[in-house]
Design a protein around this ligand. Structure first.
Ligand code: AHG
Ligand code: MN
Ligand code: MN
Length: 333
């Protein structure tokens, strides 16, 4: 008998006490929004959704049409349910308050509406990443400061990958589960529970074109992987780089591996490329919940106290023994 996401969530609430009814509604709504985004992604050129929107976001990146469509779908789906206090997105400079005409809830939702934008027009896997926090107790209204909580405070996190299959991946702190979209039924069906990342791997993911800009611990780690069975690692490594974090993390949750988007010398003032609150935190929690690890090269990502909504971070995540080795190289230098 197949288990739908709805049933899974009801059981998480009723039998395991892992989520509240409001959080269950929130997750249902996010999954429904992802279904809508999946539909637009699938239409591609037929839906007129490809190409640039002709605008830039707060990080100075050119916005694609689908970045904005996905952002709108998530906002519209989540505004009226009464479960949210506010939302924040890669594509919006400041937080999005719930309009006065709707009731307000106690949760805060953060998202990267469309991850892997450079892959949209070339028909390669892309995704949506989300993180859920609780609004701190006390204080009327909601402000950006309410969002600035370390990743350890997340109450739910996940992503949806729009690839050959559309897969919704979720943690509420009780392991990682995967749900595949059944287009005939129109619902997500549980296809893997208790996802585990092997501790060791022979596969790394990094954008090698940045090699000359890397810091020495990263260079050392990758050099040693490249030396293969004749080098200090004593085994041959394979490499993958999809340039959609969702797709790279999905591979790592499925068969292991290590993913690095480290700080580099191109923009030394920035801690990295990826955003802490709606890319690194949700992915780090998923990876930890599956037995892997996630650091910025020096400390656990989930322990970082965010200072701003769009702050960036250096990311090393995946199979535990590899992440530990990269972290050791950083701390030793
Ligand atoms: P986004 O499309 O949300 O801006 O994120 C893209 C990110 C991430 O998904 C991916 O791992 C990385 O950028 C790829 O960067 P490079 O093009 O520098 O390899
Ligand atoms: Mn992204
Ligand atoms: Mn994005």
């Amino acid at each position: 008998m197949s288990v739908s996401l709805s049933r899974y969530l009801v059981e998480q609430q009723r039998e395991r006490g892992a989520i509240t009814p409001e959080l269950r509604l929130l997750l249902e709504v996010v999954a429904r929004a992802c279904k809508g985004i999946s539909h637009s992604v699938n239409k591609g050129a037929l839906g007129g959704v490809l190409g640039s929107a002709g605008s830039e976001n707060v990080q100075g990146e050119v916005q694609k049409k689908l970045d904005l469509i996905a952002n709108e779908v998530l906002i519209e789906a989540n505004e009226w349910g009464g479960h949210l206090a506010a939302m924040a997105s890669e594509e919006m400079e400041t937080i999005h308050l719930i309009p006065n005409r709707y009731p307000q809830g106690e949760y805060l939702l953060l998202f990267d509406p469309l991850d892997g934008s450079s892959n949209i027009d070339v028909n390669v896997s892309i995704g949506t990443i989300f993180s859920v926090l609780k609004k701190p107790e006390g204080g009327a209204g909601v402000s950006e400061a309410d969002f600035l909580q370390p990743g350890t405070q997340q109450v739910a996190a996940g992503y949806c990958v729009y690839g050959p299959q559309t897969t919704f991946v979720l943690t509420v702190g009780d392991g990682v589960s995967m749900f595949t979209l059944d287009r005939e039924q129109g619902s997500f069906v549980l296809t893997q529970e208790n996802v585990r990342i092997p501790k060791d791997t022979k596969e790394f993911a990094i954008n090698m074109s940045n090699m000359r800009h890397w810091d020495s611990p990263v260079k050392r780690y990758i050099d040693e992987c490249l030396m293969g069975s004749e080098g200090p690692r004593g085994k041959d490594f394979n490499m993958r780089w999809i340039a959609s974090m969702v797709a790279d993390v999905h591979r790592i949750l499925t068969r292991g591996g290590v993913f690095l988007y480290p700080w580099d010398k191109r923009e030394p003032g920035k801690p990295g490329k990826l955003r802490l609150m709606y890319e690194a935190n949700p992915m780090s929690w998923l990876v930890e919940q599956a037995g892997g690890a996630a650091t910025n090269g020096r400390e656990r990502i989930l322990n970082i106290q965010p200072k701003t909504l769009h702050e960036r971070v250096s990311v090393v995540l995946g199979s535990k023994n590899e992440v530990d080795l990269v972290t050791k190289y950083h701390l030793g230098s």
